[in-house]
Design a binder for this molecule. Structure first.
Ligand code: AMP
Length: 119
């Protein structure tokens, strides 16, 4: 696994060096609207800690951080009223997964039928 690069764009957003359209924030997660939305709702949720990917997060994050991150996703889903109609969460990972930004992020997509899992 590569080392974490603290110059990635989401690290800069966490440090306040680049603006973002915040949807939700707490001690464990920041959520903001994707700059290039692929659905009516397209929110990115990132942990506050320096983790490359979902597997890095699962391996190195504390239980409190892991719980805090996924509890934040539940709060965002509630805040955006996505629970009744449903939504999709995607964590692109590494080269084959199409991950562009090397800071773990969960895409929350909703507001319409999202369609096939893989096109
Ligand atoms: P991934 O391909 O899973 O790494 O997704 C990266 C996502 O970050 C893409 O959907 C981009 O549109 C989004 N993105 C890149 N830069 C920004 C930014 N400054 N603010 C919000 N979203 C961004």
């Amino acid at each position: 696994m590569h080392a974490y690069d603290d110059q990635n764009i989401f690290a800069k957003i966490l440090r306040g060096e680049i603006p973002n359209d915040t949807v939700y924030e707490d001690d464990y997660a920041l959520a903001f609207n994707d700059i290039s939305p692929q659905a009516p709702v397209h929110v990115l949720v990132i942990p506050k800690g320096a983790y490359l990917s979902i597997d890095d997060f699962g391996e190195r994050a504390s239980a409190v951080e892991v719980h805090g991150f996924y509890a934040a996703i539940s709060k965002i889903v509630d805040q955006l009223n996505l629970g009744e109609k449903g939504f999709r969460v995607i964590a692109n990972t590494g080269h084959d997964g199409g991950q562009e930004v090397p800071h773990y992020h969960a895409h929350i997509l909703g507001g319409r039928v999202i369609g096939p899992m893989v096109s």
